[in-house]
Structure formats: C-alpha cells, structure tokens
Design a protein around this ligand. Structure first.
Ligand code: HEC
Length: 117
C-alpha cells in the first residue's frame, strides 16, 4: 500500500510522455520553419526609396534625371532585368546594380513598381 503514490506518479509521467509525443512532437515533425521561403521582411517601398527614388522621384513620377515609372508597359522580368543590368536609352543611362538585393527581392520590387498604374 505504501507504494501506491509512487505508482500514480509513474503512471502520470508515462501518460504525460505519450501526450507530448502524440500531440506535440509528431504533429510538428517534418514541418519547415515558419519563415522558410514565403515570408520575408522585404519592404519594397523602402527599397525603392533607398535605391531608386533619387532618380525616378519619391512618387515614381520621374525627375530630370530619369523617366516616370507609373503605368509602365513592362513585365516583372523586364523590370528585374533593368534593375540588374541598368538601361541606356534616349533619356539617359541607368547604371547596373542600383539595387543589390536577391532575385526574389528584385521581383518584389519590380511587382511593387508595376503596381503603380
Ligand atoms: C542613377 C539614376 C537612376 C537610378 C538610381 C535608377 N534609375 Fe531607373 N532609369 C534611369 C534612367 C536614366 C532611365 C532611362 C533610360 C532610358 O533612356 O531608357 C531609367 C529607366 C528605368 C526603367 C525603364 C522605364 C521605361 O519606361 O522603359 C525602369 C523600369 C527603371 N528605371 C527602374 C528603376 C528601379 C526599380 C530603380 C531602383 C532599383 C531604378 N530604376 C534606379 C535612372 C536611374
């Protein structure tokens, strides 16, 4: 009879262990970390402000140095290409590498620019 409290403590421990394995460990097994690929903290507006606004203007409307970026008739890939390689045309010369982020960030920046209709 004196062993009974010990027995219940052991039983509780085993049940707790099973509970943790079944409801905490197994459901999370193999799951990718939350911010693996999709969620980035990239702020396209801030990147534009830092890398592009000096020539294209705070409001994307253009300056004497560079054309407006509002209602562009370009694809995301074309804008990514311009961001990467620059552009030389009749208006002037946009140097390559004005924004040094990843390809994914360049795409987000391009989408943000193209969202201005
Ligand atoms: C040093 C000044 C400068 C900076 C900084 C700059 N650009 Fe440009 N950009 C230009 C010039 C000049 C042109 C026009 C080239 C031409 O004559 O076609 C241009 C053209 C473009 C075009 C093509 C517009 C069209 O109508 O074909 C896009 C898109 C563009 N820039 C996006 C960006 C983005 C996004 C950034 C920031 C990462 C940026 N630019 C930073 C100077 C700049």
């Amino acid at each position: 009879m004196t062993r009974k409290p010990f027995y219940y403590i052991m039983l509780g421990g085993v049940l707790l262990f099973l509970f943790l394995v079944l409801f905490v460990y197994l459901p999370n097994k193999g799951k990718a970390p939350a911010d693996d690929t999709t969620a980035t903290n990239f702020d396209a507006a801030a990147a534009y402000e830092a890398s592009c606004s000096s020539c294209h203007g705070q409001d994307l409307a253009g300056t004497a140095a560079a054309p407006s970026l509002i209602a562009l008739n370009l694809t995301v890939d074309e804008v990514v290409d311009i961001i990467t390689n620059g552009k030389t045309g009749s208006i002037g010369k946009m140097p390559a590498g004005m924004f040094s982020g990843s390809t994914a960030e360049k795409k987000q920046l391009a989408e943000w620019v193209l969202s201005h209709k």
